[in-house]
Design a protein around this ligand. Structure first.
Ligand code: DOR
Length: 448
């Protein structure tokens, strides 16, 4: 039996920060206590007073496998995730071929079992005509059903009103939505094309992918969920106005929840001048006012989950003319560090970051025995040093695409170590190459 003690940690968990030791046995947390005695065979890791958090559960990533492995793969991106303190992820269906059948889901699980460094689950993608697959989902098959209610990377738009009714009324799993109204976007694109031709300035991305397009589509998702009592999770909210569609009840009492992503809290439309196509993403990064409203929405509990929407594209692709630049940016390695910047600015507390990036996704998706540092739970942990700055550079970026929108930026904190299922997966800037994650066990199935 392996026996490890992480000693002298400041544990951030379940709303508090406390000084503790944590004992790990056979991959799980065996004891959390003021001081734990080491036995003769115990491996002791001295945390030296640094902050220990439950490993993050990222409920929205695009790892590009199968079909886009020149941009990223399950292995490369989950490896980068560990370096960023993300120990579990839920991956999206807009791969090639898309994950729109239960067979395709199982193929992905087989790939991940061999290759994934972090723990994993996959979404089934909805289409205008696969409600039979959605109905047939068995417990544990997927973390949720992804509905592109706005067109984005991949060709997965669900725009048939009858299909949306069917999906929202039949899904036995949480429905997660990308909300942007495509007709509004197309009309805005047309106006920009008339003015600029193909060379639309990237800073106009939020004019095309407008706040109105977001509001129209998220309102529709909320209406459908209210009508059919669907467990709805709206992904990557980007505007202050949309927050009025949601409540700030405790997450356990909501059947409609909301996610905001790290980049929408970090960048705003002034950053297009410098970042250009690198921060082109869907939904678009909006105004400074929206960013401030989203930060407040997190603090006031309208926002339930903080995630990444990690979406790697190559450097070359990101430097084309506007319409050819694919949307999305790589984030899993740096999202936690970017969230901790809001702690340093006095906006977020550490327990708030942990609630939104580990506890809440575990609750919403019914992740079994993860998301908290609790006796009997899997030992997924991340140790952060709040006072050791970390500069992002080409030399330390682990994404397959090799770039980051944070390149050259110095975060105030760094990730010191990450444990997955009790094994030290990342330390001293290096990922242990023998680490493999486990499939997430999920209790989120409600036959309808
Ligand atoms: O910016 C985005 N990129 N938004 C999405 O919805 C998809 C993602 C991707 O897969 O590239």
């Amino acid at each position: 039996m392996t026996d490890t003690i992480i000693s002298n940690a400041r544990l951030v968990n379940d709303g508090t920060v406390s000084e503790v030791d944590v004992r790990i046995q056979d991959g799980r947390i065996a004891q959390v206590d003021g001081m734990i005695q080491a036995g003769p065979k115990t491996v002791v890791y001295d945390a030296q007073g640094k902050h220990l958090l439950p490993g993050l559960i990222d409920d929205q990533v695009h790892f590009r496998e199968p079909g886009g492995t020149h941009k990223g793969s399950i292995a490369t991106e989950s490896r980068a995730a560990l370096a960023g303190g993300i120990t579990s992820y839920m991956e999206m269906p807009n791969v090639n071929p898309p994950t729109v059948s239960i067979d395709k889901l199982h193929e992905k699980y087989q790939l991940a079992e061999k290759k994934s460094y972090a723990n994993y689950a996959f979404y089934l993608g909805a289409t205008n005509d696969n409600v039979d697959q959605i109905r047939a989902l068995a417990p544990g098959d997927a973390c949720g059903v992804k509905v592109f209610m706005g067109a984005s990377t991949g060709n997965m738009l669900v725009d048939d009103p009858a299909a949306l009714e069917q999906i929202f009324s039949n899904s036995p799993l949480p429905v997660v939505t990308h909300c942007e109204d495509t007709p509004t976007i197309l009309a805005n694109e047309q106006r920009q094309r008339e003015q600029y031709g193909e060379d639309v300035p990237v800073k106009n991305h939020p004019v095309i992918r407008s706040a109105d397009a977001c509001f129209l589509s998220s309102s529709l998702a909320v209406q459908l969920a209210q009508k059919h009592h669907t467990r709805l999770h709206v992904l990557h909210l980007t505007t202050g106005r949309e927050l009025e569609l949601f409540s700030n009840l405790p997450v356990e009492q909501k059947h409609i929840t909301v996610e905001v992503c790290a980049h929408h809290l970090f960048f705003d439309d002034r950053d297009y001048a410098c970042q250009q196509g690198l921060i082109k993403c869907n939904p678009a990064i909006k105004s400074a006012k929206d960013r401030t409203a989203l930060l407040k929405g997190v603090v006031d509990n309208y926002v339930d989950v903080l995630a990444t929407d990690h979406a790697p594209h190559t450097w070359e692709e990101k430097h084309q003319t506007y319409f050819n630049i694919p949307s999305g940016l790589p984030l899993v390695q740096h999202a936690l560090l970017s969230l901790l910047e809001h702690y340093h600015r006095g906006i977020f507390t550490l327990p708030l970051i942990v609630e939104k990036s580990a506890h809440a996704p575990a609750k919403i998706f019914g992740v079994v025995d993860r998301g908290y540092v609790a006796e009997g739970y899997w030992a997924d942990l991340v140790l952060v040093d709040l006072h050791r700055p970390y500069t992002v550079s080409r030399q330390n970026i682990l994404y397959k695409c090799g770039w980051s929108p944070f390149e050259g930026y110095t975060f105030k904190s760094s990730v010191v170590a990450t444990w997955v299922n009790g094994e030290l997966g990342y330390t001293d800037g290096k990922v242990a190459d023998n680490i493999r994650g486990k499939r997430l066990q999920l209790s989120n199935h409600q036959p309808r």
